[in-house]
Design a protein around this ligand. Sequence first.
Ligand code: CMC
Length: 431
Amino acid sequence: MPKSTGTAQLKVGDKTIDLPIYSPTLGPDVVDIGKLYAQSDMFTYDPGFTSTAACESAITYIDGDKGELLHRGYPIDQLAQDSHFLEVCYLLLFGELPNKAEMIDFEQRVTNHTMVHEQMHNFFRGFRRDSHPMATMVGVVGAMSAFYHDSLDINDPWQREVAAIRMIAKLPTIAAMAYKYSVGQPFVYPKNSLDYASNFLHMCFAVPCEEYQVNPILSKAMDRIMMLHADHEQNASTSTVRLAGSSGANPFACIAAGIACLWGPAHGGANQACLEMLREIGTVDRIPEYIARAKDKDDPFRLMGFGHRVYKNFDPRATVMKESADEVLELMGIHNNPTLQVAKELERIALEDDYFISKKLYPNVDFYSGIILDAMGFPTSMFTPIFALSRTVGWISQWREMIGDPTQKIGRPRQLYIGEAHRDYVPVEKR
Ligand code: CMC
């Protein structure tokens, strides 16, 4: 239970209710309304949770006005520059940067779990070849609970840790298998001599009939994409994982729930939608037409890869992603890439436009990630699975934090009921 640092008073009719205030390490104070219903017979109302802190967390901090993202206190730009994905995984999971021995041990533990149960190959084969890889992933990750019975006991901290390691290790394998299945190629087993990102690229692009050498610059770019997506505090998919986990559901089922939520175009599905939009725009001269559509209240069209619930200045992940896009295209010898040209010009025009300025809409992480993944050879349908495998560490860290909290209880929001009041049943012949 946090310590109260003050009291807010809520006046309801002639009654004054005292509500404790808690102060975080960083960010706005919170008012504890947990006893409000008992004291006033009233609920609070906050659809979309725009003003609601749903939990305590020590993992990730975002300052949306400053465009700041910290993992366990470390700024994302420093991590993206000097760290690597598995080190960030360790940091998110265990709270501190590892020393050398801890890092080696962690890498070995993850590496030892990269293969999936052989029986899962048959499970994949039940899907249609043209299934979206996210559809396959939701199913296969949920089904992991049918394969790994020795890490399902959420009350055993060791089993929770094993489940976390398993998921970090196996999600790239599962995403790569979903891809291979969709293009009709044989599954490629993980190669444990490769680092995490290179292994993923190898499982996606190697074929049994020829040697595949992973380009270190592409592997570095892949690792960076993974790092930039690793965690993002209480976003929709993470909150989904926490809510699913609050009922005591097993960790594999909870992560499958997170993947399902991530799929939507307002969340992780935006990277696929963004590249498709940039291609649809096609040429720089068509940008004004799309800007006009985005501003039109009667048109549901939105600029994909723009805007964020929390960032109201810039998305620090987008800055790093833009640099990576330039590096990768340069390496691949892709000059004057029309999609990148449209993206840069769209960003320039939108950032000078009153509509976008007044609503504080800036490019988000998904604006440039698709350009990099496309240049690497991934189809758009793989963009969101790559987001999912990268975010798995964030989901599982948040889940472990929640389950490890002795005061944790089932999440159960209330509602503002607007349906019919009581009425009597009418037999069908009288309706
Ligand atoms: N294009 C045009 N207008 C926009 C956009 C956009 N991309 N985003 C927000 N707006 C407008 C919106 O119409 C609204 O206008 P008004 O106040 O006149 O009604 C205002 O800006 C506020 O929008 P909102 O929907 O209330 O804001 P939100 O915080 O609920 O939504 C968002 C955040 C990310 C869902 C939204 O900006 C969006 O749909 N963006 C496009 C999808 C996208 O890129 N999503 C990826 C997010 S980053 C990756 C991740 O973490 O998942």
